[in-house]
Ligand binder design. Structure first.
Ligand code: F6P
Length: 530
């Protein structure tokens, strides 16, 4: 088979891109009056608007031809069936089965264990070593064993009755640990040690430190305060955590929110809320199984268009809701760990770019920070605007939510249409600015526009919508990865860094600079002198 850039499908897209390079988003709207409606589509509770991307119906058709050539639908079906799609780790990646209403006995038994634990904690049947009810939980975990529950719990805060206060301990920095031990009562705190591998340095070190802290406070029955959420319960037992909720080892870390790793969510808001999250995710699985051109796949193909044909190397995630302020962090792992690959699945060097730098922040905060570069920077950075149409926190006497919507749509319009030097000059003149000032400033104020982006709108941020949103991004990430022919389910690139830090740690402990690389030796020598 030909290399991807030599395929007819790729070449046709390259020609099409070249032929239409000079057509701006503004002109596209002039030419297609119903464009806002025609280039938008539904995905469960989400509406995906892509009319402000630099494409047209022909681009979409050509992208689907490329997707067919790369067998994207077949590969997605293989994921959903549970085939061994993660070949370098000899595993399936069928996390969709974790959110299915009708699922396997093993997954049902995992859910049952979660339910029992949630009931025991909420009813007070499970008591602490000092005989108290647990009022705080601390999730110790990092990466996929942290980001999902952290996102969902933050997103649903203050709109649902909260059964317990949940806190997160991820970093190996002792400051992170002391922020837990200084703030919460050991006698009322339940620790969930969440680690698929139960071999992650940060999580194990923090778990051992937390165990010592609780033991000092409550005595010999401290183990009651610890539950492991892991695919390796034996390893948890080996450090003294005998109570565990296991989950299957084919669940990838960045997809593990749907497994028992989601337990902090169920403990905080109840199992019903957690199940709504699963149902939201399942609504997208159903869409994938039933529609010929489901929105998440289209979104992934647009990512390919922007990356490989428009040569954009980043994606900004801009949730216009405080509730999704942690979404950029969550998606950063989902996309950058999955797509940070420079070889095909078969180990061949890639002749095209994969993955993008994903970053972002909630609107309007980002407008006063990095949006300047989005508007006038020399790189074009595609964006996703996320906008709930209703806001549970909006009060009748405040128009905050209207202002938020206005800012989101204003940013989107400006990115798409911009403002030409002539328009700026006319506006400044109408505002009464003197001609010399207009001559000096008009060029600087010019907004180039034509900056491609999508909008994802939905009714409100609730558990169901969140589940759909996360699953939408999962399939979107997979669609682009399958076009590129990479394995989005492994992450070998993080391993060498772990080994290096281990050997540096040994040198630090032994106080022997000899074994260190020259930069580390020099840096630590200076540090010690200070
Ligand atoms: O180091 C990266 C990583 O392997 C992620 O993929 C994973 O989510 C995270 O570490 C935590 O891993 P674990 O759940 O095994 O502790």
């Amino acid at each position: 088979m030909k290399a991807l850039p030599d395929s007819t499908a790729w070449k046709k897209l390259a020609e099409h891109c070249h032929a239409h390079a000079s057509v701006s988003i503004r002109q596209r709207f002039d030419q297609q009056t119903n464009r806002a409606v025609e280039l938008s589509t539904q995905a469960g509770p989400l509406r995906f608007h892509y009319s402000r991307q630099r494409l047209d119906a022909q681009t979409v058709d050509l992208l689907y031809t490329l997707a067919d050539r790369c067998r994207v639908s077949e590969k997605v079906a293989a994921v959903m069936r549970g085939d061994e799609v993660n070949r370098s780790e000899h595993r399936s990646a069928c996390h969709n089965q974790l959110r299915a209403t009708h699922t396997t006995t093993a997954i049902e038994s995992m859910r049952q264990q979660m339910r029992q634990l949630v009931d025991a904690v909420h009813s007070g049947a499970l008591k602490s070593a000092t005989g108290q009810r647990f009022s705080h939980i601390v999730n110790i975990g990092i990466g996929g064993s942290d980001l999902g529950p952290r996102l969902v719990i933050d997103a649903l805060a203050n709109q649902l009755p909260q059964k317990l206060a949940c806190h997160f301990l991820a970093n190996i920095d002792p400051t992170a640990l002391s922020r837990i031990t200084n703030r919460y009562p050991a006698g009322e705190t339940l620790f969930l040690v969440s680690s698929k591998s139960f071999g992650t340095e940060e999580t194990l070190a923090n778990a051992k430190a937390a165990m010592a802290w609780v033991r000092d406070a409550v005595g010999s029955h401290f183990a009651r305060h610890f539950i492991a959420i892991t695919a390796q319960p034996d390893k948890a037992a080996a450090i003294g955590i005998t109570r565990s909720i296991p989950f299957p080892d084919w669940v990838g870390g960045r997809f593990s929110l749907w497994s028992a790793i989601g337990l902090p969510i169920a403990l905080t808001y109840g199992m019903d809320t957690y199940e709504k999250l699963l149902h939201g995710g399942e609504s997208i699985d159903k869409l994938l199984a039933s529609e010929a051109r489901p929105a998440p796949i289209l979104a992934g193909l647009i990512d390919v268009w922007n990356r490989n044909f428009l040569q954009c190397g980043a994606l900004a995630i801009l949730p216009y809701t405080e509730r999704l302020r942690l979404l950029p962090d969550y998606l950063q792992q989902l996309f950058m760990e999955s797509q940070g690959k420079h070889l095909t699945e078969a180990g061949e060097a890639l002749a095209y770019k994969t993955g993008v730098v994903l970053f972002g922040s909630q609107g309007t905060n980002g407008q006063h920070s990095f949006h300047q570069l989005l508007h006038q920077g020399s790189d074009i950075i595609p964006c996703d605007f996320l906008l709930p149409l209703h806001n549970a926190d909006a009060t009748a006497d405040s128009d905050h939510h209207h202002r938020l919507i206005a800012n989101c749509l204003g940013q989107s319009l400006t990115l798409a249409h911009g403002e030409s030097t002539t328009e700026i000059a006319a506006r400044l003149r109408a505002e009464g600015h003197p001609e010399d000032e207009i001559a000096a400033l008009a060029a600087h104020k010019t907004m180039p526009g034509n900056r491609p982006h999508s909008l994802i709108t939905f009714e409100k941020v609730d558990a169901y919508t969140l589940g759909a949103l996360i699953a939408f991004y999962e399939y979107r990430m997979m669609a682009a990865s399958f076009v590129w022919g990479i394995n989005p389910f492994d992450q070998w690139g993080v391993e060498l860094g772990k080994l290096s830090s281990r050997s540096i740690l040994q040198s630090l402990r032994a106080n022997s600079a000899n074994a260190l690389d020259p930069v580390a030796a020099e840096l630590l020598k200076r540090n010690t002198k200070d």
